[in-house]
Structure formats: C-alpha cells, structure tokens
Design a protein around this ligand. Sequence first.
Ligand SMILES: Cc1cc2nc3c(=O)[nH]c(=O)nc-3n(C[C@H](O)[C@H](O)[C@H](O)COP(=O)(O)O)c2cc1C
Length: 183
Amino acid sequence: MRDNSQSIKVSKWLSKHLESLDAESEIIDLNLQRLPLYDGDDSSPASEILAKLESAEGFVFVSPEWNGTMSHGLLNMLMFVDDELAHKPVMLAGVSSGRGGHYPLMQMRNMVYKNSRFVVSPENLLVQGAIDTMNNYEFKEAYEHPVEKRADYALKILIEYAKALATVRSGGMVDSANFPSGV
Ligand SMILES: Cc1cc2nc3c(=O)[nH]c(=O)nc-3n(C[C@H](O)[C@H](O)[C@H](O)COP(=O)(O)O)c2cc1C
C-alpha cells in the first residue's frame, strides 16, 4: 500500500520466477489499482481486477506485515470477490523488514476463504530481512539464497496444485449455487 515497497519487489521477483517455470503471471498491484472500501453492495470498482482473477488458475498473495497485520488492501480486495478464486490454489508470501511476516501468513490463511473458497497451499514463503534480501542480494541460478530455494519449491508446488484443482473445477461436483456461503 505504498510506493517502493519491498512487497512489490517480492511480487516482481516471484512473477519472474514463475515465468522461468513456464507459468504465465500478472501482478495486481493494489497500491496502483486502489479500490474504495467495500460497501457490501457495489462490486463495479473492482470489475477489472475480478476479470483477471477469474481468468487465473492460481494465485500468490504477497503481503507485508504492518502493525502485526496482513495487507488491509488485500483484505479489502478479497471482500469484492464472488467465486473468481473458488477451488483455485493460493500460495502465501509474508514480507517483513525484520523478523516478522508470520502474522500475515496466519491471517491470510484464515481470512475470507469461507465465501471465496480458495485453497491455500501448505507451502508458503516467508521473506524476512526483506530490505537486505530484496536489494542487496543478487539471486543466482544456483539458488544459493535459502529464500530463493524456498520460493522455487513453493511455486513449483503451487503449479502442481493448479493442475490438480483444475480437475476439481471441471469434475461436475462444484455447487456454488446451493452452497454460496461456505457453510
Ligand atoms: C506502517 C508500518 C507498520 C509496520 N509494522 C510492522 C510489523 O508489525 N511487523 C514487522 O515485522 N514489520 C513491520 N513494518 C515493517 C515492514 O516489515 C517493512 O516495511 C517491509 O519492508 C514490508 O513492508 P513494505 O512492503 O511496505 O515495504 C511496518 C512498516 C510500516 C510502514
């Protein structure tokens, strides 16, 4: 939610890495694509973003830890969602300049999944010491940095979940009409 954040650097780095794994990716930068606070009624301000979410087969949520909390911009965006993410996998990435990042990981796992029905991959990513990691380290193909090794693995697992969950969505059992609220 601010210019030159470390989180957008993490997003760009992961997006590049996804391309090296032959997966197309697109970043939705909620700092640039600002949404109004969701009012429970009008989803039209998010229509462009929702169309992108609908066309995607999997997601990476990248969130900084601010005040011990996940990105309020991401939470607000997820309030606009209907079933664009339903039965699609999400890889979580928590970002902290210090030793934090766990809170957004736990919160993203618990928040909003009920109605949107996304499926969280157990293989998440924690980028701590983000200023140093994102600015002073040159990532190499040999995956020498532990964060790079971890990102590579978590993204590969995300891709496997995307393939597997596509069969769930096409299998004819999903019934969002009768069970729209996840209860
Ligand atoms: C308003 C604000 C609150 C923050 N609160 C926390 C925090 O609770 N825990 C933490 O580990 N880092 C905190 N940070 C530092 C972030 O970890 C750091 O800015 C990091 O780069 C991720 O945020 P960014 O994507 O905005 O750069 C905070 C930063 C800001 C601007």
